[in-house]
Design a protein. Structure first.
Length: 232
């Protein structure tokens, strides 16, 4: 593996550091021998709870925070990424660092945007989505369902948004047919969702569990429709 900022070797004195380089070096020093005992004990699995927590805090900052809040929470999420990369750089069998991650992501973004970096044509956002779908079919040939790749651990509402989109894509749900609840703004939607959850709570019902159960049924319906289409 090529030398990277994650190795514990000293920096070349004649190479000026960017602020990002400095942070990378701080992470490495904290995890190196003689650094922080807590940092040295962490694993990918033990850090998951912090990644989730920091991600939610970033969402909150983006939705209602100040400029300083956004900077701080972006930094916290960035730190989690750098921490995982440094951990991998010193874990036998993983042996990659942040440079490898960046290289892979650059290649992925360039490849996913042939309408920018290549000769494909996409004039609208819908055109771009169609290009992405074609590319994903080539990149992930083992996927047999539009549901493949959706993390089932997502919060129920976010999962519902994903699954509904895939259901519409295969014709299980008609987009126009389900636009029956009158609402014009997210404020109206929020009030409606709150009323539903409050009503469920008053009756001793678990809204999150109920939505997940319904989504499992919908996903089964999607897979059955895909199987039927393949058989035909």
């Amino acid at each position: 593996m090529t030398n990277s900022p994650f190795s514990h070797a000293p920096q070349q004195p004649d190479v000026p550091d960017s602020r990002l380089d400095e942070l990378v070096r701080v992470v490495a020093q904290l995890r190196a021998p003689g650094g922080c005992p807590w940092d040295a004990e962490q694993t990918h699995a033990s850090l998951v709870q912090y990644l989730i927590e920091e991600s939610y805090e970033l969402v909150e900052a983006l939705e209602s925070g100040t400029r300083d809040d956004i900077i701080e929470e972006l930094g916290d999420v960035l730190y989690q990424v750098l921490f995982h990369a440094d951990l991998a750089a010193h874990t036998p069998g993983e042996d990659f660092d942040i440079e490898v991650v960046a290289e892979r992501m650059t290649a992925k973004m360039v490849g996913r945007h042939p309408h920018v970096f290549g000769e494909a044509v996409a004039h609208t956002a819908d055109d771009v989505v169609a290009v992405w779908d074609d590319l994903k079919a080539v990149e992930k040939p083992g996927r047999t369902s539009v549901l493949d790749g959706i993390p089932q651990g997502m919060p129920a509402l976010a999962l519902a948004d994903k699954v509904i989109g895939r259901a519409q894509k295969v014709g299980v749900l008609d987009k126009d047919a389900i636009e029956t609840i009158p609402m014009q703004t997210e404020d109206e939607l929020g009030g409606l969702l709150l009323a539903i959850v409050a009503s469920a709570k008053a009756r001793g019902l678990d809204a999150e569990r109920a939505l997940r159960s319904t989504l499992r049924d919908l996903q089964s319906e999607i897979r059955e429709a895909e199987t039927s289409a393949r058989d035909q």
